[in-house]
Write a protein that binds this ligand. Structure first.
Ligand SMILES: [Zn+2]
Length: 441
């Protein structure tokens, strides 16, 4: 973070940690804004803006000593991983949507009175990130994945057993009060045509209470999205009638290495015909490993973790978890209004997003006190680092002060990327060996 003239000239460093605490998504209390007041007032008096490193041209404009504008016609939007991308009051609603879906509660993805556009052709592609509220369809995929493929042991299960685990979760979760997901699940894109052919007969076998319209779920791997259609692994295409959300990216072009899990909502449109009404797509590790990951950085972190877990598997049991839900415990009311969120942000600050990138577990220590958080640090910007300096200790605290190991792609800056990977592997190796040592005593 630097303060500079509006044209970007005469840059000077400022205390970015204070600005992150005052205006970042995880901060926003009146007290933290008061602590940043002298910095903001000085910039305001000199008609200067704060320039963020997350993106060229992303700025904060001082309004007075304790307020800034982050969305102006002169500022580029902040990167979605930048703490300034989200207003503290909006953070409440994002965190709430990232909390685990309450078990036993139906997802109700298609209501009688729904006017969310699924009855009209609505070919939007939107990028889903941790800076936006998680759509309900995404919450369904997350709930299924977290209890199945987001938890892996070594050697990795083959694809068949991974899908069997997914189906087990589809038995446990509900589309409507009396309709388990498994009853209306198509888990093989090559059977999609038959599934929609039988849709009307199949859906009539269930009681769609509580205002739900009959619907089903398509859940399988795909290669990507082209021309508003899902590109299946056998290269056939399934058109999507309404919007498509993709995690972490605006497009999902087919590439030799790309694999995604898709959750598609299947239902009848008012003009007749059964279609995928909307789809949520999340990248997974590979075509052989369905664990959902947020980025290529995480794919790489997972690769190193998997290598070591395989290497040590004769000596210690290791489980790798990749959580996708917020583990925070601060309660957020279902009926929270924007005004109440603003008041709470002002007094106690916004809730932090607490989703560890990976958690390495050792079942021989059943109290989980020897678990390790692994955080992939994919960006070098100060604001991102200042924010991580607050969220990482909060995640450790939420999990009982367990250890954390960072996989840093940028620092130390006098080392090469390869050396940074080696540092990560060496730290993880020594942590695993320490636990093996404890088991032997
Ligand atoms: Zn930024």
């Amino acid at each position: 973070m630097q303060s500079a003239n509006r044209d970007g000239s005469e840059r000077e460093a400022v205390d970015s940690g204070k600005l992150v605490a005052a205006f970042g998504r995880n901060g926003g209390t009146a007290a933290s804004r008061a602590a940043a007041k002298s910095i903001v007032e000085a910039a305001h008096a000199r008609k200067r803006w704060f320039f963020c490193e997350c993106r060229d041209g992303a700025t904060l404009t001082p309004v007075n000593g304790t307020h800034v504008m982050r969305k102006t016609q002169y500022s580029k939007p902040h990167h979605e991983d930048c703490p300034f991308a989200v207003e503290p009051k909006e953070q409440f609603f994002i965190v709430r949507s990232l909390r685990p879906h309450p078990p036993g509660s139906p997802f109700s993805l298609l209501r009688n009175n729904s006017s969310t556009g699924e009855t009209e052709q609505n070919e939007r592609v939107q990028k889903d990130t941790y800076s936006t509220r998680r759509p309900r369809l995404a919450r369904l995929l997350v709930a299924i994945a977290e209890a199945s493929v987001q938890r892996q042991t070594f050697p990795l299960k083959k694809l068949g057993p991974q899908f069997a685990d997914i189906k087990d979760q589809a038995r446990a979760l509900l589309l409507a009060p009396k309709v388990p997901v498994i009853k209306m699940l198509c888990s093989d894109t090559s059977r999609y045509e038959k599934f929609i052919g039988d849709f009307s007969t199949q859906s009539k076998r269930h009681k769609w209470t509580a205002g739900n319209r009959p619907h089903g779920i398509l859940l399988d791997t795909i290669k990507g999205v082209e021309d508003h259609a899902l590109v299946c692994t056998d290269d056939t295409r399934i058109p999507v009638f309404g919007s498509i959300s993709i995690f972490g990216r605006a497009t999902a072009p087919v590439k030799p290495w790309s694999t995604y899990l898709v959750a598609g909502l299947i239902g009848e449109v008012s003009s007749g015909g059964v279609h995928v009404l909307r789809a949520y797509i999340h990248p997974c590790v590979s075509e052989k490993n369905l664990m959902l990951v947020d980025s290529n950085y995480e794919r790489e972190t997972f690769r190193y973790i998997a290598e070591l877990a395989a290497e040590y598997r004769e000596q210690i049991d290791i489980i790798v978890r990749k959580p996708l839900s917020d583990i925070g415990t601060r309660s957020i009311s279902e009926n929270l209004t924007e005004e109440e969120a603003e008041v709470q942000a002002n007094t106690v600050g916004a809730p932090k997003i607490l989703i560890p990138d990976f958690i390495i577990g050792f079942p021989q220590f059943p109290d989980r006190s020897r678990d390790i958080i692994v955080e992939t640090l994919g960006f070098s910007w100060r604001a991102y680092r200042d924010d991580k300096a607050v969220t990482i200790p909060a995640m450790q605290a939420a999990l009982g002060q367990i250890d954390v190991i960072a996989h840093d792609f940028h620092f130390p800056d006098d080392k090469t990327l390869l050396q940074r990977h080696d540092t990560f592997k060496a730290s993880l190796r020594s942590a695993i060996e320490k636990r093996i040592g404890l088991l032997r005593h």
